[in-house]
Design a protein. Structure first.
Length: 132
């Protein structure tokens, strides 16, 4: 298995996994749903930058028009292409934000919230780790 947390690298690994049969796990920081101003975001309201869309399109050999417009659709695309998707909620427990973020991602059946113990388990089960 491969653990990838960089968006572009995750895309490349998922795409490669489709051709090689490799298991790919994507973990994103659930704290990204909260910004420093205290605003609450969700995966639908956070847009994918054009530069990243272009990288994803090139790596997946798909037209730019078929690229996701928000991170929910991006993560769903990775999942549809075979990746297992996790949201790292570990630090949010310390800050007291875990329940709010877990409630936001609860509606996404393809995302599993994880804490330190499960994250450590995922990391020990992998052959390769790519961190952004």
């Amino acid at each position: 298995p491969v653990y990838a947390s960089d968006e572009a690298r995750a895309t490349a690994e998922v795409n490669a996994g489709r051709h090689t049969g490799a298991d790919v796990t994507v973990v994103f920081d659930a704290g990204a749903l909260l910004d420093l101003t205290g605003k609450r975001h969700n995966l639908e309201s956070t847009g994918v930058p054009l530069r990243l869309k272009k990288v994803i399109a090139a790596q997946m050999n798909l037209p730019l028009e078929q690229m996701p417009n928000n991170y929910r659709d991006y993560l769903k695309l990775l999942h549809q292409r075979g990746a297992t998707v996790f949201a790292n909620t570990a630090m949010l427990i310390v800050t007291g934000e875990a329940e709010q973020v877990q409630a936001k991602i609860a509606g996404y059946d393809f995302i599993e919230p994880v804490t330190y113990a499960r994250l450590a388990e995922l990391l020990t089960q992998t052959d390769s780790v790519i961190v952004y």
